[in-house]
Design a protein around this ligand. Structure first.
Ligand SMILES: O=C(O)CCC(=O)C(=O)O
Length: 285
């Protein structure tokens, strides 16, 4: 324990050990108790610069991305690309396979293993950007599991890596601590009435839900549980982007099960499978 405190006191360079990032027992406890944990300095500035170059190639549309995998999570599919408020790029490492095995992926693998065990593999990745001056760039409250099909093992470590400093002003993610412990998923409805019009699902908060903003510095990451309620507000900053690189680790068995159903997390997937919220709603009603 004294050693952990020393490590934290020294800052985070000592927690990065080659491809690994060392968690403290406190980090592990926080993830399981609150449903998310904030990890400082998961990547160095030099490592961030390399990743940012790849990120920008997608934003400049130099890497072709198919159909709905380039979309706006705050709007329906008819909104013109030039005015997107939450630019969402699904599966960057499918569209640029050279991204596979990057340093972020490796550190995230080591963190997932410490949190959830040795059988975790990458399920999907995603790039999310809110340009400045986008008050409508709201990512609606949701639980990730509501988006996914029913599988036997739901364990997930979802990483959200800050490419820019992320603040309440530019629309950082907010989590409702402890909400992952509820027995059933909340009710989620399609934001635009129909999943064919937009991929986005939305849940509503109750007065007893107390969201906590996760303000991160560039290179920090949060890791969250598949059932935690989270969302984010608009970007009210006049000059700051809010870019994030998301990566989700799930068990190999679960990823194999999803793929057998034809579910890849692409927004071009044919949604014939019942998602988890549909199943839990049916079971509980
Ligand atoms: O970036 C956001 O605002 C939301 C991201 C999110 O929902 C997620 O990473 O699961």
């Amino acid at each position: 324990m004294a050693e952990e405190q020393q490590q934290q006191g020294r800052g985070d360079t000592s927690r990065r050990q080659g491809d690994r990032y060392l968690l403290s027992s406190d980090d592990i406890r926080t993830f399981h108790t609150n449903g998310y944990v904030h990890l400082k300095g998961v990547l160095s500035e030099e490592e961030m610069c390399e990743l940012e170059k790849e990120f920008m190639a997608f934003l400049r549309r130099e890497v072709p991305v198919e159909g709905r995998d380039f979309c706006d999570m705050s709007a329906d599919y008819t909104k013109p690309v030039e005015s997107f408020s939450i630019i969402n790029i699904m599966l960057p490492s499918k569209y640029n396979p050279q991204l596979k095995g990057n340093i972020y992926e490796k550190r995230a693998a080591s963190i997932s293993e410490q949190l959830l065990g040795p059988d975790m593999v990458v399920d999907y990745d995603q790039l999310l950007s809110k340009p400045p001056n986008k008050p409508d760039a709201e990512f609606k409250w949701h639980q990730d599991l509501a988006y996914w099909p029913v599988t036997a093992d739901t364990r997930t470590a979802s990483f959200w890596l800050a490419i820019d400093n992320s603040t309440v002003e530019n629309g950082c993610v907010q989590f409702v601590p402890g909400s992952h412990l509820e027995k059933s998923l909340r009710h989620h409805g399609p934001l635009h009435g129909d999943r064919d019009k937009s991929h986005t699902l939305a849940a509503t908060l109750t007065t007893s839900d107390l969201p906590k903003p996760a303000e991160l510095n560039r290179g920090d990451a949060t890791v969250h549980h598949e059932r935690i309620l989270h969302g984010s507000g608009g970007n009210f900053s006049s000059d700051s982007w809010r870019r994030a690189w998301v990566m989700a680790y799930r068990s190999k068995t679960t990823v194999d099960e999803e793929r057998r159903m034809g579910f890849t997390h692409s927004h071009n997937d044919n949604l014939t499978v019942l998602n988890s919220v549909g199943r839990e709603t049916q079971v509980s009603s």
